[in-house]
Design a protein around this ligand. Structure first.
Ligand code: NDP
Ligand code: 8X3
Length: 250
């Protein structure tokens, strides 16, 4: 039977590539993000392949999260797969220079936003005793690096929540797993450096980073395993990257 996947952060990068690969493989898709123009363009592209619905909301706004998910039409209301991908880094400063708004953004989006979306969807999975949740963590959730402070903390929280969800949802047959990428070339660094495209491009200079499609491909692999297989925790790095800050550049 056709499965329905809800992808947060589907307007760009890993989320967009994931929606594309799942659509090609006949999953019904719910695209989420704030930028409506991008949601509409992607809906148009993917509608040639599968059934698509869009939800525009900010994951920080808990009322909007619940209203949006509760507003899903019947054909999309049963969510089999939740991909908690929306997130970003804001700034890269030593803790003593950290910007409070950046800290709020990272904790509110990467941690609280992930929790709100999960809370809105988990009850129906519990009721059906089935479902699959994939949390996008980061190498920053497995290691800490200089100036990464609050972003690393937010992704360590995702790692903890991934483990906790797997335990709490185990009685209900719900699969929970995380994928922790290293450097993936997306809009991530442009957001982190607040639109400084030169600084963002430098992050990926001198080595081949992961492409969003690499992670999307793995997400497709994870969700297409037989029911008795749960890929619980996966670190994926570019070959040139040995650890968060160890990169072999040309
Ligand atoms: P992008 O910046 O390309 O994409 C981020 C996505 O998150 C966008 O679709 C954006 O949509 C969405 N998003 C951001 N803030 C909000 C919000 N407040 N409400 C709703 N949606 C939001 O980055 P990536 O694709 O790289 O990032 C995806 C995930 O992967 C993140 O969780 C990131 O931390 C993680 N990651 C990225 C790595 C990398 O090197 N790129 C490595 C490891 C992990 P919109 O702006 O339209 O709302
Ligand atoms: C994104 C990768 O190394 O910039 O999560 O934290 S890193």
């Amino acid at each position: 039977m056709t499965k329905t996947a809800l992808v947060t952060g589907a307007t760009s990068g890993i989320g967009k590539a994931t929606a594309q690969i799942l659509a090609k493989n006949n999953y019904k898709i719910i695209l989420c993000g704030r930028r409506e123009d991008r949601l509409i363009a992607l809906e148009k592209e993917l509608s040639a392949l599968t059934e698509v619905h869009t939800l525009s909301f900010d994951v920080r706004d808990k009322k909007a999260v619940f209203e949006s998910i509760n507003s899903l039409p019947e054909a999309f209301s049963k969510i089999d797969i939740l991909i908690n991908n929306a997130g970003n880094a804001h700034g890269l400063d030593p803790i003593q220079n950290g910007d409070l708004d950046d800290w709020d953004a990272m904790i509110d989006i990467n941690v609280k936003g992930l929790l709100y979306v999960s809370k809105a969807i988990i009850p129906q999975m519990i009721e059906r005793k089935s479902g699959h949740i994939i949390n996008i963590g980061s190498i920053a959730g497995k290691e800490v690096y200089p100036n990464g402070n609050v972003y690393c903390a937010s992704k360590h929280a995702v790692d903890a929540l991934n483990q906790a969800m797997r335990m709490d949802l185990n009685p209900y047959g719900i699969r929970v797993g995380a994928i922790h990428p290293g450097a993936v070339e997306t809009e991530f660094s442009e957001v982190r450096f607040k639109g400084d495209t030169d600084r963002a491009a430098n992050v990926y200079k001198g080595f081949e980073p992961l492409h969003p499609e690499d992670i999307a491909d793995i997400i497709h692999f994870v969700v297409s395993r037989p029911y008795h297989v749960n890929i619980a925790d996966l670190i994926v790095l570019p070959t040139a990257q040995a650890a968060a800050t160890i990169l072999k550049r040309d």
